[in-house]
Design a protein around this ligand. Structure first.
Ligand code: PLP
Length: 357
């Protein structure tokens, strides 16, 4: 792959990492390599172990997060592979408002006697630290949390976990490496639902894990290759194409989200705005409760009522429409994923719909 100058910024890395070398007749972009197997005698061997299109994606996301990246079939495939690191009888500390899929997977593993979870309130750093003792094999962080929008004090929790000999993983899906690089803050692993901002166009499911430790990388790669939770080459190509514009998209959508958060905070139909001050996701609690929230998501013409987030198009949903969402998430909470459309168009559409709720 191409050789980059040291210390280039995220905007430059996103564009230039993971490209073929600048040699005559090389394509500028890595092709989609559709191959289940390769002619023997080289390094690639078999399509469950290696694919040059994944490698280009992994090099680029790895460069942005500051570690070595492994791509997966989905965010949940990445999460499950990381959870598989902990031995039987171990304890995992996890925020009570983590992404529902993460909580469901932990619940399932607990039911089957694979581990024990210790739920914590992420906003209470002292309580999170107090929950970390010698029984804890992994501290799971998600910051901001989906959809409660709570933030973790990553450096403080990492210090306490490392003092107890425990690894810390951060689900960085919401912040993206453009706004938060947990490995630089001492975390041991970063996981992503690349389905969201990384790929960025609501057309692909993919996941990723990024680590600095070479041994840990080898263990995770071994697990992924045996479990077969690998992405398809076309998905990897789409995700890499999306990744090229990640800094631009995140910058634009975050500026719009901050402005919408400000305006929504002054709107009489909105009881509460949850916006951590950065990023393109926010949550609002409707003064009129779940009925008003349901009416809102049915009444817009630009905002699309859909689950998931991180696409170029603005989407929103009432999270408690899902049975698995914890009861501590307000029933009238709507999570908004801000896209890259014009801020005034997005605001008019929302304001018009809010008039009717
Ligand atoms: N982590 C977070 C924060 C998410 O929001 C999601 C999906 O919504 C996931 C992980 C799971 O990712 P995927 O749907 O790509 O499996």
């Amino acid at each position: 792959m191409t050789d980059l100058p040291g210390h280039v910024s995220a905007a430059t890395l996103a564009v230039h990492a993971g490209r073929p070398p600048h040699d005559p007749d090389q394509p500028l972009n890595v092709p989609i390599t559709m191959a289940s197997t390769y002619v023997a005698g080289g390094d690639l061997e078999y399509g469950r172990h290696t694919n040059p299109t994944w490698t280009a994606f992994e090099e680029t996301l790895g460069a942005l997060e500051g570690g070595r990246c492994l791509s997966f079939a989905s965010g949940m495939a990445a999460i499950t592979t990381v959870l598989d690191l902990v031995g039987p009888d171990s304890v995992v500390v996890v925020p009570q408002h983590s992404y529902t899929g993460t909580l469901l997977m932990l619940g399932d593993l607990e039911l089957r006697g694979r581990l024990t979870t210790r739920l914590v309130d992420l906003t209470d750093t002292a309580a999170v630290i107090a929950a970390i003792d010698e029984d804890v094999a992994l501290v799971w962080l998600e910051s901001p949390t989906n959809p409660a929008m709570e933030l973790a004090d990553i450096p403080a929790i990492v210090a306490a976990a490392h003092a107890a000999g425990t690894r810390v993983v951060v689900d960085n899906t919401f912040a993206t490496p453009v706004l938060q690089r947990p490995l630089e803050q001492g975390a041991d692993l970063v996981v992503h639902s690349a389905t969201k901002f990384i790929a960025g166009h609501s057309d692909v499911l993919m996941g990723a894990v990024v680590v600095r430790d070479e041994e840990l990388y080898a263990v995770l790669k071994g697990r992924r290759d045996l479990m077969g939770s690998i992405p398809g080459p076309f998905e990897s190509w789409l995700a890499l194409r999306g990744l090229r514009t990640l800094p631009l998209r995140v910058e634009r959508a975050s500026a719009t989200a901050a402005e919408l958060a400000r305006r929504l905070g002054e709107h009489p139909a909105i009881a509460e705005v949850r916006y951590p001050g950065f990023g393109a996701v926010l949550a609002v609690v409707l003064a009129g409760g779940p009925d008003a929230a349901d009416a809102l998501v049915r009444s817009t013409r630009l905002w699309i009522h859909a689950t998931s987030l991180g696409g170029v198009e603005s989407t929103f949903e009432r999270r408690r429409r899902w049975k698995a969402e914890p009861a501590t998430i307000p029933a009238g909470l709507v999570r908004l994923s801000v896209g890259i459309e014009d801020v005034e168009d997005l605001w008019s559409d929302l304001a018009e719909a809010l008039r009717g709720v």
